[in-house]
Design a protein around this ligand. Structure first.
Ligand code: PRT
Ligand code: ZN
Length: 299
């Protein structure tokens, strides 16, 4: 009998975060036997399985120790964490890494024909939202007392239906707000997808596996920004060129056969490499500049 205790990672089943979450795990080297019902995928190469659920359920699965890792928006994690803390003071999710996708803002929006003078304007008003906890916290931080109308969807139509004077909802491009004649006036929370650790207790072997996974996921994140830059340059410009290379700690300097005054410089740039950097390198005397993607990194 197989007694090994496997790890479980929860991701969104179908929605805005699903594809990026799965891609990230696959790039971290996890392969799953995709099952038709799509709720549970068995890990093929490591004892790590996938749970595909609604994003709203992920914080609870983590807090209850059903899953060891989860990927969910910071907006959902923060809302559910506040909700759980009311039932069980101190209940908290452990954030391991922001993941640079699923960016959005939870924003206060008003009908577009109304001026915004500040939070105090909301005193005694009704605010429709799917994020009652975060909205209540923001109101409290601003010393405002307002009625929160909790809706599970179609929050943006509340003002035109007359059920609220303002809303707090997620915004990315703002198209939905504009289509409903609303305008965003204040940010309640900036959000992106993040990796969270569940509350379960692990034995040493499981902890080692979890640490390895987290390290790989962070490696995928770092590799995404990191580029390998190769170029040729006059020997006396090495210092200047090293200064321009973004986030390069110790470039490798190689002699060029038959060209004593010139060298090849290879560098791992851990910050984004823009066209402006290449132009600056060229100005500093570099030629044959190549920028290559880095697929994997283990620091
Ligand atoms: O079924 P399940 O419960 O799993 O999914 P869901 O419908 O609750 O979530 P989903 O897939 O819509 O979003 C999942 C997560 O994506 C959110 O919790 C956020 O962390 C993140 N995210 C990023 C967004 C948006 N951008 C976003 N634009 N979530 C929702 N929206 C909404 C927004 O509120 C608006 O209604 O999308 C609409 C379009 O936005 P605009 O501003 O581009 O018009
Ligand atoms: Zn949801």
């Amino acid at each position: 009998m197989n007694t090994e205790r496997r790890l479980k990672i929860a991701i969104q089943k179908s929605g805005r975060l699903s594809e990026s979450s799965l891609k990230l795990l696959e790039r971290a080297g996890l392969h799953f036997a995709r099952s038709k019902d799509k709720l549970f995928w068995y890990g093929r190469n490591l004892p790590v399985d996938l749970l595909l659920v609604r994003d709203d359920d992920i914080p609870r699965l983590l807090l209850e120790g059903v899953c060891e890792l989860g990927i969910v928006g910071e907006n959902v994690a923060a809302e559910k964490e506040l909700e759980a803390a009311q039932r069980r003071p101190g209940a908290a999710l452990d954030t391991l890494a922001p993941l640079e996708f699923g960016h959005c803002r939870l924003m206060l929006a008003l009908p577009e024909d109304q001026d915004y003078t500040g939070p105090k304007q909301l005193e005694g008003r009704r605010i429709a939202t799917s994020y009652p906890q975060l909205t209540a916290r923001w109101l409290q931080e601003n010393g405002v007392s307002a009625d929160i109308v909790t809706l599970n969807g179609a929050v943006e139509i509340a003002p035109s239906l007359g059920t609220a004077e303002a809303i707090v909802d997620l915004v990315s491009t703002g198209t939905t707000l504009r289509a409903n004649h609303l305008k965003a006036v204040a940010t309640v929370l900036e959000s992106q997808a993040a990796l969270y650790r569940g509350a379960s207790t692990l034995d040493n072997e499981q902890q080692a596996l979890l640490d390895k996974l987290v390290q790989r996921i962070q490696g995928v994140q770092t590799a995404r920004e990191t580029k390998y830059v190769m170029l040729h340059a006059p020997r006396e410009r090495i210092d200047r060129i090293s200064e321009v290379l973004p986030g390069a700690e110790t470039p490798t300097i190689l002699p060029l056969e038959g060209q004593p005054g010139r060298v090849a410089i290879h560098a791992l740039c851990t910050e984004q490499v823009f066209w402006e950097h290449l132009e600056e390198l060229k100005q500093a005397g570099a030629s044959a500049i190549l920028v290559l993607p880095v697929e994997k990194m283990l620091a």
